[in-house]
Write a protein that binds this ligand. Structure first.
Ligand code: XIL
Length: 355
């Protein structure tokens, strides 16, 4: 490895293999964190919005869309030649209450919810037509045991809401890629549930361009073999696979069943927050090994994997500092709290160049 090669950045290192992306928060989108946006411009070639396109933000009332941040986000992508992903159209979390109830606060009918879904999806997808490469159309519809999540969409419409969401999005922008996205995708029962759902949709004529594996990982969980089995199962459906929200937490996890369910929260305890001052070398080594193993796996499957996106830029703003336990200090990303690339960045680059 010569010095020139090691000065490469991530997007150059993965050129021809897969896109490498980052999630952007509101400060970055508003141009208030230029140190972070400079990292994005230099290192990444894909972006996704961490929150501003979620239904409660972009569609706070039935008669009011708020595109202010989303427009800026998409513009940032266009200006900097980045591949833009839309996250997310239909999701049970961070959805506004009005979506599911009438003026009297009663649950709406199936017809009304379908009409609202259609308006929501088509207004947003149409606005960004040609500017957004692909959409997380449905997020987190399957439980860890493989059954359908009993969300309001499911309760009111039944499993057809998933098919309808894809149809509405396809109608609005036939050229956009459409994705199904979920967490804890390594769990065999969940993998099987997602596979069964996708097969059923495919039989009904729905094309799912890619399956997104969120990949909020821990040091020990999940087993990378289970992760690989899921990646292979999804790709054998004829779908591309995207790693959509990667981070690797080094902190203890209070409940192995929490997955990445954002509605869960656990009480703060000091023993759950062990690295406030510093991270022991042994933990840093384990963290680096884990990142290297996963990137090695993505490269092994580079024909299937079209994008790897990190859920944030620096540790300072990672959602993992506040989930599943609020107020902790985690170190899950590739750039440190002072905006420096961690040593793992160079190691990932060297690993990919040596293959
Ligand atoms: C998270 C954001 O990072 C947080 O800022 C927000 O408070 C909650 O949602 N799965 C997803 C993402 O699909 O949208 C979630 O993002 C993390 C889990």
């Amino acid at each position: 490895m010569n010095a020139q090669e090691t000065s490469l950045n991530l997007k150059e290192a993965f050129k021809g293999k897969f896109l490498i992306g980052a999630a952007m928060n509101a400060y970055q989108i508003m141009g208030k964190d230029t140190a972070a946006t400079n990292i994005i411009k230099k290192q990444f070639n894909a972006i996704v919005a961490e929150n501003c396109m979620k239904s409660e933000r972009i569609h706070p009332r039935e008669d009011k869309f708020d595109f202010s941040l989303a427009d800026k986000f998409v513009q940032f992508g266009t200006d900097n030649n980045l591949v833009v992903t839309g996250h997310t159209l239909i999701w049970h979390s961070q959805a506004p209450d009005w979506f599911f109830v009438d003026d009297a606060g009663k649950m709406v009918s199936k017809e009304t919810l379908i009409a609202r879904m259609k308006n929501h999806i088509q207004t947003i997808v149409t606005r960004y037509k040609g500017k957004i490469k692909g959409w997380d159309v449905v997020n987190e519809a399957i439980n860890d045991d493989g059954t359908y999540r009993n969300s309001k969409f499911y309760q009111i419409i039944g499993e057809d809401y998933i098919k309808l969401a894809f149809q509405f999005a396809r109608e609005a922008d036939p050229d956009a890629e459409l994705y199904y996205n979920d967490y804890s995708m390594s769990i065999p029962a969940k993998r099987n549930g997602v596979v069964a759902m996708v097969k059923k949709l495919q039989k009904q004529g729905i094309t799912i361009d890619a399956i997104g594996m969120q990949s909020h990982l821990g040091l020990d969980n999940p087993d990378i073999k289970d992760f690989e089995a899921s990646l292979e199962a999804f790709s054998s459906l004829g779908c591309k696979v995207m790693i959509t929200e990667m981070d690797i937490s080094i902190l203890p996890f209070p409940d192995k069943n929490a997955g990445a369910e954002v509605t869960k929260s656990f009480e703060y305890k000091q023993q759950m927050d062990p690295y406030r001052e510093s991270v022991p070398d042994s933990v840093t080594t384990a963290f680096e090994q884990r990142y290297l193993s996963f990137f090695k796996l993505f490269e092994k499957h580079e024909k299937a994997v079209t994008r790897v996106t990190l859920w944030g830029v620096t540790d300072a703003n990672s959602w993992k500092n506040n989930w599943p336990v609020p107020g902790r200090k985690d170190y899950p990303l590739l750039f440190s709290r002072n905006y420096a690339p961690k040593p793992i960045v160079d190691k990932i680059i060297k690993q990919t160049l040596s293959e």
